[in-house]
Design a protein around this ligand. Structure first.
Ligand code: ADP
Ligand code: MG
Length: 304
């Protein structure tokens, strides 16, 4: 197990930012840590990287306990903090050499930095000051400082937030590339990010893990939660009729003739909707099972 969090709770004063959080990230996985703002993503990442201690619970990285093994763990983790804090007055190479030297590596710092400047596509900009770079290039510098010591584990806190669409694609490609030989935990509030990059997704909401699934299995979480059906009848549905239909699930009126039905359980309720129509002299003009994309999964699980 590359990262293991066991019953981690974090209190900020009275507030519980993390509530008994447990999960594991296996070696080689790229895991999306997905949740709305304030869910506790950054807090968890700061705990994994040893920047703040948990109030209770334990975290280990590559088998080393974060509480006791921190210096060694720092060498094995690359961390891109939220908002990518950098020194705008420093030159790219100067900054990366400074960061690399902190790890006291065996390989000469200059070589490490030259390599990572190539990997992250910074060659054309390498003589510039960080402050003069575009946001996309600054993010590359952030990734470069996380990767420069060739860590086995990467912790990336919202790596594409604030970038334009082209920059997003470029940064995602870099992460995918780096992820081929590393274990990656990446936080995001963007569903497409998980679709694009990750193997697994852990969804967190208000400090609690609400889903932990392989990306391909996340849709079954919603099936377990229920199904969403949009049905159009040939005439207006009275309040009384809508109430009757309510025995099948939660009814929401989209307009006079169109209803949205949210039903719990796995049984397909479409035949029941047809029977309902027949019994009440209604004709079903259309009946659609709403596709559940990750966006909807997220909304259902986080009430966001
Ligand atoms: P996310 O990264 O998912 O947006 P955070 O981990 O930053 O969430 O925050 C989780 C919750 O903890 C939020 O409600 C936030 O306001 C609170 N919080 C974060 N850092 C601190 C802090 N240093 N002091 C007090 N509250 C904090
Ligand atoms: Mg955050």
């Amino acid at each position: 197990m590359s990262i293991s969090a066991a019953a981690v709770t974090k209190l900020y004063g009275e507030q519980k930012a993390l509530d008994n959080v447990s999960f594991e990230v296996r070696t080689g996985e790229i895991v999306g840590f997905l949740g709305p703002n304030g869910a506790g993503k950054s807090t968890m990442m700061k705990i994994i990287t040893g920047y703040i201690p948990p109030s209770s619970g334990t975290v280990s990285v590559n088998g080393l306990d974060v509480e006791t093994g921190l210096p060694e763990i720092r060498r094995q983790i690359g961390y891109l903090p939220e908002n990518n804090p950098l020194y705008p007055e420093m030159y790219i190479r100067e900054y990366l050499e400074f960061v690399a030297s902190l790890y006291k590596p065996e390989t000469p710092v200059r070589d490490l930095v030259s390599r990572i400047i190539k990997v992250t596509g910074l060659v054309p900009e390498q003589k510039k000051k960080i402050g003069s770079l575009s946001k996309g290039y600054r993010q590359r510098v952030g990734l470069a400082q996380a990767l420069v010591h060739n860590p086995a584990v990467l912790i990336l806190d919202e790596p594409t937030t604030g970038l334009d669409p082209n920059q997003i694609v470029e940064i995602r490609n870099l992460i995918t590339e780096a992820g081929r030989e590393k274990t990656v935990l990446l936080s995001t509030h963007i569903m497409q990010e998980v679709e694009a990059i990750c193997d697994r997704v852990i969804i967190i909401d208000k400090g609690v893990i609400v889903a932990d699934e392989a990306k391909s299995d996340i849709y079954s979480v919603v099936k377990r939660k229920g199904q969403l059906i949009e049905v159009e009848f040939d005439r207006e549905i009275s309040g009384e009729l809508a109430e009757k239909l309510g025995s099948l699930g939660t009814v929401k009126k989209l307009n006079e003739k169109v209803l949205l039905l949210e039903a719990a359980g796995e049984q397909d309720i479409r035949p029941l909707v047809f029977s309902f129509a027949v019994n009440n002299n209604l004709t079903v003009l259309s009946l659609q099972k709403k596709e559940t994309n990750l966006e909807e999964v997220f909304r259902l699980l986080t009430n966001g």
